[in-house]
Design a protein. Sequence first.
Length: 570
Amino acid sequence: MAMASGRVQLVSIRQKSLDLARWRVLWIALAFAFVAVIATTRILFLGAGGEGARATSLEAALLPDRGEIVDRNGVPMARAFPAYALWFNPKALGEDGEPLVASAGEVAAKLKAIFPDLDEKAVAAQLASGKGGYLRRRLLPEEANRVQDIGELALEMPMEEDRHYPQGKMAAHVLGYVAADGSGRVGMEQVFDEHLRDPLTRGTPVALSLDVRVQGALEDELRRGMKLTQAQGAAGIVLDVDTGEVLALASLPEFDPNKIDEDGQKLMFNRVTNQVYELGSTFKPLTVAAAIDSGTIRDLGRRFDASPVKVGRFTIRDSHAMGDDLNAVETLIHSSNTTSARIADEMGAERLRQYMIDLGMNGRPEIELPAKGFPLWPGEKWARLTNMTVGFGHGIAVTPLHLASAYAAMVNGGVYRPATLKKLGPGEAPKGRRVFKASTSSRMRQMMRAIAIYGTGRNADAPGYRVGGKTGSAEKPGGKGGYRRTALVSTFAAAFPMDRPRYVVIAMLDEPRGTLASSYQRTAAWNAAPIVGRLVPRIGPLIGVRPDDTRDIDISAITPLIPEAQNEAE
């Protein structure tokens, strides 16, 4: 009996041990399950939160000090990355010790051999003064190794977080740069400075409306146009006519945001948003559109006197004789000052002035960039001469961005929308305000296309892309008579495809010269228009517009009014 009792007791102990083991396994499993539930919940919360999700203090500590800026397709345009800096620490060998083994001049010379662009005299002076501080920011690893080989303990190389622009100079005037104190300057770095620095938001990249492919092509063609005509500068923009999104914006010459020096500081002025110009004949389509929309022009076949216009002691002339009279279509095709002035005069100052206000010409351009030029606006009351000169693009000075937004309204059905450098999602485009009737916009699309086929815009007519646009060659202010005869601002304002406009393109050259490449001409037809003609085929397929020679906008309603079209038909 005793033996049986012992066996029962042993079995009981084993059973208790098994039960305890099972409970332990169960509790461990429950603990793991609890942790998994917490982790899954956190992941789902972050995934669902989007921009509203807030990083914990631990997550914030793991993020860079400054958030990333990307283009509309997610391509990095500005990001933080760890880099070495070169710092002079005069106390590296103690308070009383000499900071350098070799002389300041010898050390500076060795640093010059590593960094050819280093100011050797300035560095030598700093080393000799015993004043600590940065000698250089952003060293490559191989450069840091060579500095280490110099053998000076006072030359320290701390690892710091640096701002890097992987696309180099591209879109410099849009991006801006980050100053030594970590604050954004000039461009979208300044606009989004708080978002990019805030630990709660810097984990979410800022998406711009730019497309780096389109931006690169625009800068390339503007740079080529500058070189071919020896121009002082250039500016350009590609704008979505339905949303106001800027796909590309370039001001040349540009600065390098990776290296801000004295030369770079001089190049930060943005010609697209900050410089105002009298943009000349590119205003004539806006005048004609206003005249059609207001009922001043009801019959496109109506003839206007093309002889010189005398107003007081001033006389308005054309660059060359264009005949005794012109209709509205011929006015744009031949770019007549006299008939444009007469159309504006008949419309009246109040009506033309109101259309210009509705197109935003009386205020700074609407865009996020901090640097925006104020137009040279004629004032509250326009004299007769002022109204007539505005009709052909003089007497009023605006930025190229003003012009781009106005052209977008003219061809998109008549609705003005502000330009934006923020990527917009579906349904996020602003409603805008109506400036022109849809029927006016439709008629202007026909006339713009006719200019590219029969008029001064022939050099911009990229086959298959149905480009429409208008040239403008305006003398710059100064000199005798108020203008410098030999200094022009040449502009071509275009849209494509004209059967369903999607994008406006502006190309401008500042003081181009007549060269072999431009057939020794300085006007926009020979220098700015070809830039658009080369650019559109490059960017069209990238942004959803493929060439199609089988379609075009129907201009048959206005071709009877165009002698050139009749001559071709014969």
